[in-house]
Write a protein that binds this ligand. Structure first.
Ligand code: DQA
Length: 145
């Protein structure tokens, strides 16, 4: 069974109370449980992790690379400026799907740039929790070949 890491960057641990008009009312714990259940339906196993620390997130990407695991990544604000995260993503040889709850292209100008997108297999944004479900579906399709 293929494994997927669902990795989440800064402030996503605050989901549920963080700007719910933008990010919805689903808590991070609920999102994580949903991802595990969706992955199982798709024949995948999933580990869902969140950190506010760039270094820790990079370490998890290295781990995914070492294990040949796929990644669904919401880099949160790191999306817009972290070249270190981008370089870690560029090393991955398995599928990498960038996801966002909101649609950054429809928000402030600084959110229009993703330094991650060019090294991702694809990006899904703007569908709330469904962005993660669709991201997992894309991973399942890619690992099935
Ligand atoms: C986000 C969008 C980013 O611009 C923002 O910094 C986040 C969340 C999203 O999921 O919509 O923290 O990645």
């Amino acid at each position: 069974m293929s494994h997927v890491y669902v990795l989440n960057g800064p402030n996503l641990n605050r989901l549920g109370t963080r700007e719910p008009d933008i990010y919805g009312s689903t808590t991070f714990a609920e999102l994580a449980a949903d991802c595990v259940a969706t992955a199982a339906e798709l024949g995948l196993t999933a580990t869902v992790l969140q950190t506010n620390d760039e270094s820790e997130l990079i370490g998890w990407l290295h781990q995914a690379q070492d294990e040949g695991a796929a990644v669904v990544l919401n880099p949160a604000a790191f999306t817009h400026y972290s070249y270190a995260l981008r370089d870690a993503c560029a090393m991955l040889t398995s599928p990498l799907v960038e996801v966002h709850l909101s649609n950054p292209a429809a928000r402030e100008e600084f959110r229009h740039i993703s330094v991650i997108s060019a090294v991702a297999s694809g990006t899904i944004a703007g569908f709330g929790v469904d962005s993660y479900r669709l991201g997992l579906r894309a991973v399942a399709a890619m690992v099935a070949g």
